[in-house]
Design a protein around this ligand. Structure first.
Ligand SMILES: Nc1ncnc2c1ncn2[C@@H]1O[C@H](COP(=O)(O)OP(=O)(O)OP(=O)(O)O)[C@@H](O)[C@H]1O
Ligand SMILES: [Mg+2]
Length: 248
């Protein structure tokens, strides 16, 4: 019997795709987790940005932690001009922050205040369809929970989200927090990893009185990968992973 070949979605993150047989399995949901400042937003936005720039794949970014305009400005420091691809209809940013803090949003895509889970999912779905997106980022899960005031139902929210993502057939990155991955808890609610078909952990390790960044592919279904910790850097061009580097 012929072996079923999984189609791969290249992340565009130098060094990373080599660790996972060429890319994420097409259509899957990947969780990027880690403590604050470890590069989760950068990783996620790089996936969408490079999708548009290198692979001609449209992508949607749902920003729930910072306003779209702040995200655009920060990402410019990596030379990523999100606006350019937004104008070409290859990237759409959904601003999930402005309305909550009571600021008027001049964004084309913004979440209204007081949205429930269905409203949120429907909106994302509509924007994804409108640009025919192949990639999606939701940054972050804890802020969905807070925004939708349904933190107690986060498991249900995630299951619904997952069903919709699978139905759309889109390759997605969800970010979440983990304060202390070494303590065994890899996500804020302890349920995010059950929904995701891949989990990538970003963290820091102390080396010669300096903190060094590393990542670990904790799980990736349909993919042969090692459980090694790989060093990476956040450079002026974004994240670069060193597949043959060592972490001690
Ligand atoms: N232009 C740049 N060049 C090099 N490093 C940068 C640059 N911009 C940001 N960084 C590094 O990236 C870090 C922030 O990364 P990022 O915002 O992706 O992390 P995060 O995990 O999403 O954090 P948070 O928990 O705050 O959301 C900064 O603390 C800084 O160390
Ligand atoms: Mg972030």
């Amino acid at each position: 019997m012929a072996k079923y070949v999984v189609s791969r979605v290249k992340t565009g993150i130098p060094g990373f795709d080599d660790l996972i047989e060429g890319g994420f399995p097409q259509g899957t949901t990947i969780l990027v987790t880690g403590p604050t400042g470890t590069g989760k937003t950068t990783f996620a936005v790089q996936f969408v940005y490079k999708g548009a720039e290198l692979y001609d794949e449209p992508g949607v970014i749902v920003t729930l932690e910072e306003r779209a305009q702040d995200l655009r400005r920060e990402m410019l420091s990596f030379g990523w001009d999100l606006k350019k691809y937004e104008e070409q209809g290859k990237i759409a940013i959904i601003d999930g922050v402005s309305s909550v803090v009571g600021l008027p949003s001049e964004e084309r895509f913004a979440l209204e205040e007081g949205l429930n889970v269905e409203g949120f999912l429907r909106y994302v779905y509509r924007v994804v369809k409108s640009i025919n997106a192949k990639r999606l980022v939701i940054d972050s899960i804890p802020s969905i929970a807070i925004r939708l005031k349904e933190e107690q139902n986060i498991r249900e929210v995630l299951l619904r989200l997952n069903t919709i993502l699978l139905e759309m057939g889109i390759t997605s990155i969800l970010t979440t927090e983990s304060e202390d991955p070494k303590g065994g808890k890899i996500s804020k609610y302890g349920v995010e990893e059950f929904v995701a078909r891949g989990v990538i952990l970003l963290d820091l390790v102390e080396k010669d009185v300096e903190l060094k960044r590393y990542l670990l592919i904790r799980k990736m279904r349909e993919t042969k990968h090692s459980m090694k910790k790989y060093p990476f850097e956040i450079t002026e061009n974004g994240i670069v992973v060193y597949p043959s580097g060592e972490i001690y």
